[in-house]
Write a protein that binds this ligand. Structure first.
Ligand code: GCU
Length: 332
């Protein structure tokens, strides 16, 4: 009975939306809402806007994307729920946001897993390595992971000083993403983790609720964190991953041809993003320095050494181990 009702509703929609026929092509154009917590000068916004333009063009306007930057649609934890519910169609979320849904996603956030951005992006676009984990939330949560975007290397920045070694973090309250791995990481460095949404970090630093945070150079600049925490230590403790997630039902509404256009546009988008990442990182360092920030090379090996035990602590299941092995097999 349920199937029957759905079929009738669909038939009703198709015949109601155009007089010229009932093919999928005749249905109303669709605009997918894409939620992003980054600013408009961040490579993710730029590449995703281009993705939208490509899609509109390639599908003759049948499918469109409207990007909502600056956390206009809330924070990433909400994006996961909203994409699952179909309230929004697409969102960019950091890997830790998916850990609760499938703990295999933990592997993407561990130190030393990725050797470089190139290694990371070749794995994140390799269906054999990540296809299963990307599809793993479809039945349970109605979420498809479309693909990955690099966050580059993450480093620690403080309000009052450069951290040469983990010892300099003693007693410091460091903002982390809402995730057990990131909490454990800051604890392993001897500091106190304070989980907080990305959009709240600037005020947290300004008011002194936190003493520092960890992120890449581009977010450090584009979120203006350098204004309130001007000491950036190149700890490069891990290479982070973002994922573009989609409501699965929305993707399934696309014709085969439109889905192919979507996939092609996405590939062009992450490639552009990866290229932009390199140039924008240099520019972010330059601009933040001009704005008063100090960047310093520090004893990054000491940080990595303190964090290495997390691999054993967090890779505990066979599927996590298999994903880790697949990622490492893609390294040089
Ligand atoms: C990076 C990442 C974001 C994430 C943020 C954070 O900027 O690209 O997706 O939200 O870090 O630390 O929360």
């Amino acid at each position: 009975a349920v199937v029957g009702v759905a079929a009738l509703t669909l038939a009703g929609c198709a015949s109601g939306s155009g007089d010229s026929g009932s093919s999928a092509e005749a249905t109303e154009p669709k605009t997918m809402k894409l939620a992003l917590n980054q600013a408009q000068d961040h490579p993710s916004f730029i590449a995703l806007e281009a993705f939208g333009e490509y899609l509109t063009d390639a599908t003759d306007g049948r499918w469109n994307i409207e990007v909502y930057p600056d956390a206009q649609l809330g924070d990433q934890a909400q994006y996961v729920q909203s994409v699952s519910d179909g309230v929004i169609d697409l969102a960019v979320v950091s890997a830790p946001q998916l850990e609760n849904l499938n703990d295999d996603f933990v592997v993407f956030s561990l130190p030393t897993v990725f050797d470089s951005i190139d290694h990371q992006m070749s794995v994140l676009s390799d269906d054999e390595a990540v296809g299963d984990v990307y599809a793993s939330l479809e039945d349970s949560n109605n979420i498809t992971v479309v693909g990955g975007l690099t966050q580059g290397a993450r480093s620690i920045y403080l309000k009052d000083k450069i951290a040469e070694t983990p010892a300099d973090l003693a007693g410091k309250k460091i903002r982390v993403q809402e995730s057990p791995v990131f909490i454990a990481m800051i604890e392993a460095l001897g500091a106190s983790p304070t989980p907080m949404a990305f959009s709240e970090v600037y005020t947290g630093l300004q008011s002194g609720v936190i003493d520092g945070a960890e992120n890449n150079e581009i977010s450090y600049l584009t979120q203006n964190h350098y204004e309130v925490a001007p000491f950036f230590s190149f700890t490069r403790h891990l290479i982070g991953a973002d994922f573009l997630i989609s409501n699965t039902d929305t993707l399934n509404e696309m014709s085969e041809e439109d889905r192919a256009a979507f996939d092609e546009g996405w590939t062009a988008a992450w490639e552009q993003h990866t290229d932009l990442w390199v140039t924008d990182t240099d520019k972010a360092i330059e601009d933040a320095t001009a704005g008063g920030a100090t960047f310093e090379e520090v004893d990054s090996e000491a940080f990595t050494e303190a964090l290495t035990p997390l691999l054993d602590e967090f890779i505990t299941t066979d599927s996590q181990q298999a994903l880790y092995d697949a990622i490492r097999a893609g390294a040089e």
